[in-house]
Design a protein around this ligand. Structure first.
Ligand code: NCD
Ligand code: ZN
Ligand code: ZN
Length: 455
């Protein structure tokens, strides 16, 4: 395939040839079409690297009524995400060889490339996990979330030892349950969609509980020279703690590059960047997730850190639950919101309005996660890399509507915000998603996804 006249994230206009091996052959000016080659005319549109979403919950095995590898990966492809990393709080939890193998067999249905993380519980089997094509250890839960996999500080330290001995990165869900405010859940919280329910969860899982746990996790990792990636940091204070630890630590980024190889990195979700307690009152229990939404002031400060380059990765924590489950009331509704399909669209809308540069967006969703987790063939539009590509018209935003998305539970906390959605998504040169420009109709390709640790 030849893609002609595409604008890259840095503004260069280039032709891009994809080889039969699914890798980018050339990025150059004036490439002529060979006979029989499909030519994609891309003038006026942007060609970006497919996003590497290092935090999704595709729910199989055990939770296929919420999402499957098919529905989750279709949602990813339609959002321009070409690699996903699945988390271990499935059923059975991915904590030993048999559970890993069961998930790997199901992931064969994926339209996009994937990684499979291994979890840590009292019953985990490190030998069996590290024997497999593991993406990373994590998310390791320092407090209970969906799946109740919370562990104590000693087991976390052991897990860091095991992982760092094998140069495997560790992703952590850092909240300290002893600092939760139980009183916030007392009293009349109203119904599913009330301001009281939305705010009670945020008041309960306090910002302090996150910041304290992040600081402790960073200290534990530093003592061991372990590579630690802090998942879904919801507060500017937690992002600053990671920045300080990096600058003080042995993994400091000496050349000042944006995509760095530091030992400690942080991740922020789109919901903590685009939604806050104030703006999400109408979400009620549909706005319940861990860590929870914060104040509008904290949201703005988090966004400012993204714009300034202090946020390493934006990943979704795509955590689908059915509408029926989310309606169960504040205490019984499960935590989590979907988001894999709206990651690139929301950030590209911020690029369109000038809040973020396109290169910043490219870095936080693709180049940085690829570099942090050692995916040499992902994350950039460059010769030799996998042809994981997304074609978008940045001048053409749409309103986000659940009805037009492809995740199985068919709801979104971002309803009504604007997003710039892909026209075409390629995984290693194969078209996995295409939107008809005239009708808007979506079509999907075959399940070509592979484990990114296979090669
Ligand atoms: N974030 C959430 O609120 N929920 C996630 C688990 C998690 O990442 O903590 C889920 O799997 O539902
Ligand atoms: Zn988590
Ligand atoms: Zn998660």
């Amino acid at each position: 395939m030849l893609i002609t006249g595409a604008t890259l994230a840095d503004g260069r206009v280039r032709d891009v040839r994809i080889g039969d091996d699914g890798r980018i052959d050339a990025v150059a000016e004036g490439l002529g079409a060979d006979g029989g080659e499909r030519v994609l005319e891309a003038r006026g549109r942007h060609l970006l690297p497919g996003a590497v979403d290092v935090h999704v919950h595709f729910r199989e095995p055990g939770g296929g009524h919420k999402e499957t590898w098919t529905s989750g990966s279709e949602s990813a492809a339609a959002g321009g995400v070409t690699t996903v990393v699945d988390q271990p709080n499935t059923s059975p939890p991915t904590v030993d060889g048999a559970a890993f193998d069961e998930k790997a067999a199901l992931a064969a249905d994926s339209l996009v490339d994937y990684g499979i993380n291994g979890g840590v519980t009292l019953d985990w089997d490190p030998e069996e996990l590290f024997d497999r094509r593991l993406f990373a250890l994590g998310e390791v839960f320092l407090a209970d979330s969906t799946g109740d996999m919370g562990i104590d500080a000693d087991l976390f330290a052991d897990a860091l030892d095991e992982a760092s001995a094998r140069d495997v990165p560790v992703t952590v869900h850092a909240e300290d349950a002893t600092l939760f405010d139980d009183g916030a859940l007392n009293g009349d919280l109203g119904g599913v969609g009330t301001a009281a329910t939305a705010n009670a969860w945020s008041a309960y899982r306090t910002a302090d509980a996150e910041v304290a746990a992040v600081e402790r996790a960073l200290a534990t990792a530093a003592e061991r020279d372990a590579q630690l990636h802090v998942a879904h940091t919801s507060t500017p204070e937690a992002v600053d703690a990671v920045t300080e630890a990096r600058e003080g630590g042995s993994g400091a980024d000496e050349d000042g590059g944006d995509a760095d190889t530091a030992l400690v990195t942080c991740e922020v979700t789109p919901h903590h960047l685009y939604l806050s307690r104030e703006r999400a009152r109408s979400l009620g229990t549909f706005g319940r997730m861990n860590p929870p939404l914060r104040s509008e002031e904290r949201r703005e400060a988090l966004f400012a850190r993204l714009a300034a380059g202090d946020v390493d990765v934006v990943a979704t924590d795509h955590a689908p639950h059915t509408v029926e489950e989310k309606r169960r009331g504040l205490v019984d509704a499960p935590s989590g919101v979907p988001g894999v399909e709206t990651l690139y669209p929301l950030l590209l809308e911020s690029a369109r309005t000038g809040e973020l540069s396109l290169e910043r967006v490219r870095n936080v969703v693709a180049a940085n996660p690829a570099e942090i987790f050692g995916l040499d063939r992902k994350g950039r539009v460059a010769a030799g890399r996998d042809a994981d590509l997304v074609l978008v018209d940045i001048a053409d935003p749409r309103e986000i509507e659940a009805a037009a998305l492809h995740s199985a539970p068919a709801w979104t906390p971002f309803e009504g915000l604007r997003g710039v959605f892909p026209e075409v998504t390629l995984v290693r040169g194969e078209v996995v998603y295409e939107r008809d420009p005239a009708t808007g109709a979506a079509s999907f390709g075959e399940p070509v996804g592979r484990n990114v640790r296979e090669s």
